[in-house]
Design a protein around this ligand. Structure first.
Ligand code: NAI
Length: 331
């Protein structure tokens, strides 16, 4: 099936080409993000493939539908960038990749925790500069401390079990507790208890109305001083203004972010020669105890292969008139 890829990078082309031999779809890749202005890049494709920062709001979906597009394939898990009601109204099928190597994001979460704690981001440049002093690099043992995990789905449940293996006491909060987490002794508590108890708080819930700006001034006031906060879920779960104030007040001792609410203007682009206009983001980068990665949690060879395989299978199912397994339900 002819499919146009938006926001395509060389690694997308490589990972999809590597598995497309099994499927034989006609794939075309373009670099721009999907928007009303770029929707017209569609020629005769009936399927498009998009990523996390492509806009799938009503005007875009309407324009795509008018060009003959019937299938939207998200090569990611989250679908908060899709106006689901508009897609349903237009009769579009939307598929996603609900679970691709959840280990990729879980392990990246651990990278952020360990690097922040032991200040690896600072030690790296210090040692290369011939400075072998340890002042300012003091860490703490994770073993014996308390971790709080918000959302124990595919990713959060793995993070919870890894942190438990580090010797941490792990508490979790999720409206739908995970049976395996419970079996291994992870205790589910309400949000307030989780916030109050956690030395390390890691977010793995989706971006929804309920989780929008979940970590705001009120939530931060319930937390321990010097808390470590890690967000590899979606940027909108943090109230970034409140986070900056809490960093300045030393309420937050460590912040690790792989996602940022306004990331669509920045991430996945080389902007090293540009003047960054987002002052909030730039302020975050000035703190020595903040470590930001640009939405790379998913970025392992294994996850890319899973994403390509699942996406191309969904396209095949749709082409053959079957309901793809990973289609969004519009009920
Ligand atoms: P999932 O759907 O398997 O798990 C999400 C869990 O959050 C579910 O168990 C759900 O019950 C829970 N949840 C929903 N509302 C909640 C609330 N208000 N409070 C607490 N828990 C709540 O999703 P998955 O695959 O584990 O992804 C987790 C997050 O990671 C999502 O936000 C996703 O967008 C993000 N993600 C980030 C990536 C990255 O590269 N940084 C890559 C893939 C996913």
């Amino acid at each position: 099936m002819k499919t146009l890829f938006f926001s395509a990078r060389p690694y997308d082309e490589r990972s999809f080409a590597a598995v497309n031999g099994r499927f034989g779809h006609e794939l075309r890749f373009v670099g721009p993000r999907l928007s009303v202005a770029t929707a017209d890049l569609v020629r005769d494709e009936r399927a498009i493939c998009v990523f996390v920062n492509d806009a799938l709001d009503k005007p875009v979906l309407t324009r795509l539908s008018a060009t003959g597009v019937r299938l939207i394939a998200l090569r990611c898990a989250g679908y908060d960038n899709v106006d689901v009601a508009a897609a349903a109204e237009l009769g579009l099928t939307v598929v996603r990749v609900p679970a691709y190597s959840p280990h990729a994001v879980a392990e990246h979460t651990l990278c952020l925790i360990l690097a922040l704690n032991r200040k690896i981001h600072r030690a790296y440049s210090r040692v290369r500069d011939g400075n072998f002093a340890l002042d300012g690099l003091l860490g703490f043992d994770l073993a014996g401390r308390t971790a709080g995990v918000v959302g124990t789905g595919n990713i959060g449940s793995i993070v919870a079990r890894i942190l438990q293996a580090f010797g941490m006491q792990v508490l979790a909060h999720d409206p739908v507790p995970d049976a395996e987490c419970r079996r291994v002794g992870i205790r589910y508590v309400d949000r307030a208890e989780l916030f109050a108890a956690a030395d390390v708080l890691s977010l793995h819930c989706p971006a929804t109305r309920d989780t929008y700006n979940m970590i705001d001034a009120a939530a931060l006031s319930q937390m321990k001083d010097n808390v470590m906060l890690i967000n590899t879920s979606r940027g909108a779960v943090l109230d970034t203004g409140a986070i900056i104030r809490a960093l300045k007040d030393k309420k937050i001792g460590y912040l690790g972010m792989d996602v940022y609410e306004e990331e669509s203007e920045l991430f996945f682009e080389d902007m090293s020669g540009e003047i960054i206009q987002d002052d909030v983001f730039e302020r975050l980068l000035t703190f020595p105890n903040v470590l930001v990665t640009a939405h790379q949690g998913f970025f392992t060879a294994d996850a890319l292969a899973d994403i390509a395989g699942t996406t191309l299978q969904s396209i095949t199912d749709f082409e053959q008139g079957k309901q793809p397994v990973h289609a969004l339900s519009f009920e």
